[in-house]
Structure formats: structure tokens, C-alpha cells
Design a protein around this ligand. Sequence first.
Ligand code: ATP
Ligand code: PRP
Length: 212
Amino acid sequence: MITLALSKGRIFDDTLPLLRAAGIEVLDDPETSRKLILDTNQPDVRVVLVRATDVPTYVQYGGADLGVAGKDVLIEHGGEGLYQPLDLRIAACRMSVAVRADFDYQAAVKQGSRLRVATKFTTIARDHFADKGVHIDLIKLYGSMELAPLTGLADAIVDLVSTGNTLRANHLVEVEQIMDISSRLVVNQAALKLKREPLRRLIDAFASAIPT
Ligand code: ATP
Ligand code: PRP
């Protein structure tokens, strides 16, 4: 049995065409079913639905043989025990610093002010500001980061941006792009040895179906 860990939403949706290219059809729709283990048309392949941030953990400890996770999630996890053979180029966005439109970020940085930064992505934020030599107080949040500068909780946020609609709707502006983000295939290293043939076939099929 091969177990693939996916999160509901954009990662599940964007992985379906890659699975199809490997001849795999998922038989349940996670938007209508409450099932967490989904069968496929291949009796020896199943999909498990987990939180996006839990995908690396499932694969690391062998709860799944492989999975799809964003580069953001992989950096925050650390990547231990994971083989990362492919950038699937799905769920593309960027990690950015954003502030209130009336906050002069460049001046604050120039003056060497200590910044309060709210984010779910603490490793990425810590590394980014350390590289810039900017001192920060980090405030860990689990969502709705955009609210932090609006309520005075923080001067800046580090968050994912795609169209920029979420920032615009909340009167925030992107002041720095930290890195491009897309999702990767991650494989359990022990499984790669024990189930070498089927996993190789799957990885090769995914590789040839990556969007350009
Ligand atoms: P969790 O449920 O663990 O809190 P989440 O709600 O952030 O995770 P998703 O919103 O499905 O999960 O995001 C999954 C991945 O998709 C992210 O880790 C990121 O790599 C990517 N992503 C997030 N937002 C966007 C976006 N607006 N456009 C494109 N890709 C995105
Ligand atoms: C993500 C991210 C931003 C938004 C950016 O949220 O956390 O809030 O997308 O996308 P945009 O620039 O196109 O507006 P998501 O849609 O995943 O919502 P969630 O994290 O609350 O699930």
C-alpha cells in the first residue's frame, strides 16, 4: 500500500492532475465527504487528508509514504527525515513583509527601530530579519495575520501573498518579498528503500506532469 498525505483545498485540487497523469483517480470528494482516508482507482494507493502543516510530520514518521507540502511549511518543519525529489510548481505564491499603508517601514529600518512582527512563519521571519540586521520582537499567530497591524498588535506581518487581494482589502502594503513559494513532493526516506519501485514510478509520473 502507498499512502499519500494531502491537505484539503488548493494542494488537493492542484495535485489531482498530477495523480491523473500517474493513472490515479481519487474516488471521494473531500469537499462533500467527511472521510479522512480516500480510496483511489488503484487498490494499492490511498490518500490521507491532513492539515497542511501536518503533512511533513506524517511523512517524516511514516504515517504516509509521501505527501505534498508548501516550501513555507517545509522550512518551518525543518525537513528532517524527508526526501524532497520534486518542486511540483503548484500552489505558487510568495512570502512577504507587509505593513499598514501609513507605516514608513523603510524609515523604521533605517533608524534601527525594533519592530514587532506577527506571523505564523516564525523561522522564515527570524532568518529574514536576522539577515537584514533588524531587531524584532516576534509574535506567533496561527491565522488572520492581516489583523495584527490594524489592531496595533504588530508593526509588520510576514505572510503569503498571491494576488495581493487580501492585503489590499485590509489596507496593507507589501514592502519586501522574502522568497517565492511553491509546493514540493516529500517522501519518507525509509519508504523509498522499502517500496522503491512503486514510489519511483509515482515520482517519475509526477515529474513528467509538472506544469511549466
Ligand atoms: P493549515 O490548515 O495547516 O493552517 P493553510 O490553511 O495555510 O494550512 P492552505 O491555505 O491550504 O493551508 O495552504 C497550503 C499551502 O498553499 C501553503 O502552505 C502555501 O504553500 C500555499 N498557499 C497558501 N496561500 C496561497 C495562495 N493565496 N495562493 C497560492 N498558494 C498559497
Ligand atoms: C492565504 C494567505 C493570505 C492569502 C493571500 O490565505 O494566508 O491571507 O492567501 O492570497 P491573496 O494575495 O491572493 O489574497 P488562504 O486563502 O489560504 O486562507 P487561509 O490561510 O485563511 O485558509
